[in-house]
Design a protein around this ligand. Structure first.
Ligand code: UDP
Length: 235
């Protein structure tokens, strides 16, 4: 049983996020970076560029290429993961690149690449959302011009109840997982995936909940950036 009397196994209410901690500008050699903890997830994001795209034949004379690479450390999961890319990480890298590219003013930097490295150090479900959220802060920290700061959060269904931000148990045993990334200012959807089954009504409820979650996480992203660039703590 994953939810009893409206309380989940980890003590959360259906619409409650796991604890989140975000820190901007943690790496010396990257142009921008972010360290993020989200429940049991620990994620480092680093941004390099815009820099000349090499070899030259990959250059786009009209815009920058956004190249996100999602990687899971072999020690980040319960059963050791074979190092290097696999189908899952290739898919997550692709959807992340597309989500980020759609908010970056890429036309300002023709013939360049903007490289975004997302390293999952510890994984406990929801790593693609956590990765996009961290990458957005790292991009802002690198001074990359964007029309909004993207943010991501998942909703899902456990024991017939629509809930926010699935834990590892809930992800494994639950009925559905719906990761969503948005540009919070106009709620434009940048990423929408779904695993499992939802009725149309449940889907609408889950999407609304995920968007609400995104907006809560967006506040923490802004706080992290302000904390780095102000000389006093922002509450
Ligand atoms: N996971 C794992 N081994 C893997 C891939 C994933 O143990 O090779 C775990 C990990 O905790 C991850 C979770 O399964 O967060 C859910 O993975 P999913 O593919 O749904 O992506 P995510 O929810 O992390 O975006």
């Amino acid at each position: 049983m994953l939810i009893k009397d409206g309380i989940r196994m980890d003590g959360r209410k259906p619409d409650e996020l796991r604890p989140i901690k975000i820190e901007a500008g943690v790496l010396y050699r990257a142009d921008g970076s972010c360290y993020l903890e989200w429940g049991g997830n620990k994620i480092m994001a680093a941004v390099y560029g815009p820099r000349e795209a090499l070899p030259r034949h990959i250059q786009d004379p009209t815009k920058a290429i956004v190249n996100a690479r999602y990687n899971m450390a072999s020690f980040s999961v319960e059963e050791r993961k074979r190092p290097g890319p696999d189908r899952r990480s290739t898919e997550i890298s692709k959807v992340t690149s597309e989500a980020l590219e759609s908010v970056i003013f890429t036309e300002l930097f023709p013939r360049t690449t903007i490289d975004v490295c997302i390293e999952v150090l510890d994984a406990e479900a929801g790593t693609r959302c956590a990765g996009i959220t961290a990458a957005a802060v790292a991009l802002a920290d690198a001074g990359i011009p964007m029309r909004d700061l993207p943010v991501a959060c998942a909703a899902g269904k456990i024991d017939g109840t629509v809930v926010l931000d699935l834990s590892s148990e809930e992800d494994k045993e639950g009925e559905a997982d719906l990761p969503v990334a948005i540009a919070p200012r106009n709620e434009e959807i940048l990423l929408l995936q779904m695993d499992g089954h939802l009725t149309y009504k449940e889907f609408e409820e889950a999407l609304d909940l995920a968007i609400k979650g995104c907006k809560e996480v967006a506040k923490l992203q802004r706080k992290a950036l302000l904390n780095k660039y102000k000389t006093f703590e922002v509450e």
